[in-house]
Ligand binder design. Sequence first.
Ligand code: HEM
Length: 212
Amino acid sequence: MEKPEVLGRNPKVNLYLEAAGMVSGLLLVAFLWVHAFLVATVIPGAATFDGMARFLEKYYLSYAGIGLGLLIGLVHVAGVARRIPASYREQRAVWRVAGRMRHTDTYIWAFQVVTGLVILVAAAIHIWVVLADWPLQAAKSALRVQTDYLAFYLILLLVAEYHAAAGIYRQLVKWARFRRRSLAFAVGTATAFILSVNLAALWALFHLGAVR
Ligand code: HEM
């Protein structure tokens, strides 16, 4: 039987790339959780957010976090890139098979590829915008959310959390012996929780006084 094009010739390389994709994916989910709680320090007030930002700055933690996050992001893209159907012919084949089988998990995977590409562009814009207005300050963040960026952040949030949830679900289905229903419930609950933390942070930024 002919080997699928997405797999390389060397099984060891495939294994390393698979492991790199999985571990970096888990670390990126951890990054999103830490990021959510850091931004959520604005909920008690601007002073808490600014104190957190000064603390991270003082110990170079913001630079370490950004550098590490970007590195892990690169490893993730390198690890999963071979599985993305690159040509139109491959993409049509995926939709045809998913449609014919009515296979939910194949749809989840296909949508994960699409959301991954959206994150790549949107996260790059977001990081650029934040870094261009460094250092972090609640008033600056609130100004962005209150002027141009609310819709952008809502889209990035939904896309990033969907991508993270689908990734965790698919890895656990693949490597662990959980019942799919229980797994979907656990991942769904965790996602709903972190979405509410992020939405509360956005709400607080949107309502932070005296910045408009
Ligand atoms: C790596 C460096 C990053 C830094 C320094 C950073 C910093 C921030 C800051 C300060 C805000 C508050 C709003 C603003 O200032 O404009 C924010 C909001 C947000 N960021 Fe990031 N971010 C980073 C990466 C990411 C990544 C990789 C994602 C998603 C893939 C992301 C998703 C979001 C979302 C959805 C919001 C809206 C508010 C919320 O959901 O809490 N960020 N970020």
